[in-house]
Write a protein that binds this ligand. Structure first.
Ligand SMILES: [Cu+2]
Length: 131
């Protein structure tokens, strides 16, 4: 939170940014998790959920800006005493971005990194649990 975090991606994260993946019809605009897809809706002022639990393994994050301002999504976590992060670029209203990650069990913090937005409520916790 406010601290500089590592830019590198840890070995256990197979991360591909911006890859297009098939998104189920249910996901569009409706925040939540189903069948390996986590839909995050960037809104003033929430991400569509406060805490959400998903099984470990491959996860597709479908991030949609449902608000009327520019937003992004930052995912932050700690491994072995070091902090890591990944996320989307700044998205215009209505724009979507797909992140794919293989997430090991643990706690992940999700937030919008536009100054003031996290504090205004654009944050949530992702809890990845063993399958
Ligand atoms: Cu924002």
């Amino acid at each position: 939170m406010g601290r500089r975090v590592g830019k590198s991606v840890p070995w256990m994260l197979a991360l591909a940014l911006g890859i297009l993946a098939p998104i189920p019809a249910w996901a569009h605009g409706q925040a939540g998790y189903r069948d390996g897809v986590l839909e995050v809706v960037l809104n003033q002022w929430s991400l569509g959920f406060e805490t959400i639990e998903v099984p470990a393994g491959e996860l597709t994050l479908h991030v949609v800006n449902g608000g009327t301002l520019q937003h992004n999504l930052r995912v932050e976590f700690e491994r072995g005493g070091q902090e890591y992060e990944f996320g989307t670029p700044l998205l215009a209203p209505g724009e979507a971005h797909v992140l794919m990650a293989a997430l090991p069990p643990g706690e992940y913090e999700l937030y919008c990194a536009v100054p003031g937005h996290k504090e205004a409520g654009m944050m949530a916790f992702l809890r990845v649990v063993p399958r």
